[in-house]
Design a protein around this ligand. Structure first.
Ligand code: ATP
Length: 211
């Protein structure tokens, strides 16, 4: 993202891929314009928030007309760097990691897992869904050669920090952390944490207490 986009609030930035996915579907179904109310219904974000989010990108909508789908789509594509494919590394080819290797991320956005790492000799040297698996001792060399600076972490919790240290040395600047570990990394590295067990537990809690 460029300097101008640094001013976008985090919450807005996090909703961009959601908007982008929906707009892409609209565009492929031939729809030319969309109102913030329609968008709101589809992405389950209230329309005031959508209008505010969009206002950060300039006056993109017109009163009584709504938003031009293709214009928005190309705008978001540019903002989200969809013109280029971002290649990603995955560390830890267990159950979750294997599922990610099979998952077609490019369906909705231009990211692609290009290489994976593990310590299990039975997995090293093989390929899953066309993605080669290397030993973790090759992380630094492979990531530098391939120019990869984003990694998905699906290793056991006990291995997470030392792998994060290795990723840092390899020049990675973004980590999607699926382990329960709270990682300590330098401030230049962005870590997004997704703990599926915690998310599930919190869903059940909210269902019981707030529904
Ligand atoms: P599996 O059934 O394959 O063991 P799992 O998801 O239940 O999968 P985990 O123990 O969470 O297993 O391990 C996930 C993956 O991380 C495994 O493939 C394991 O070999 C790998 N792994 C374990 N330690 C490390 C490490 N230090 N660095 C990289 N990968 C590791």
């Amino acid at each position: 993202m460029n300097q101008d986009q640094l001013k976008i609030p985090h919450a807005t930035a996090k909703r961009l891929p959601l908007y982008y996915r929906f707009l892409k579907n609209l565009s492929s179904s031939g729809k030319q314009r969309v109102s913030s109310a329609e968008l709101s219904e589809a992405v389950k974000v209230d329309s005031a928030t959508i209008r505010r989010d969009f206002s950060y990108f300039g006056a993109l909508g017109k009163k009584g007309y709504g938003y031009n789908v293709n214009y928005l789509l190309s705008f978001f594509a540019k903002t989200l760097n969809q013109d280029e494919t971002t290649t990603v590394a995955l560390i830890g080819v267990g159950n979750l990691g294997t599922a990610f290797l099979h998952y077609n991320f490019t369906k909705n956005n231009n990211t692609k897992i290009e290489v994976a790492f593990d310590v299990d000799r039975a997995k090293i040297g093989s390929e899953i869904a066309g993605v080669p698996i290397y030993h973790t001792e090759d992380i630094e060399q492979e990531l530098k050669n391939r120019g990869i600076d984003v990694a998905i972490l699906t290793v056991p919790v006990g291995a997470a920090q030392s792998i994060a240290d290795q990723l840092e040395r390899a020049g990675v600047t973004g980590i999607l952390n699926f382990t329960p570990a709270r990682l300590t990394v330098s401030p230049e590295i962005r870590v997004h944490h997704i703990d599926l067990a915690v998310e599930l537990q919190s869903l059940v809690y909210f269902m019981k207490n707030y529904s």
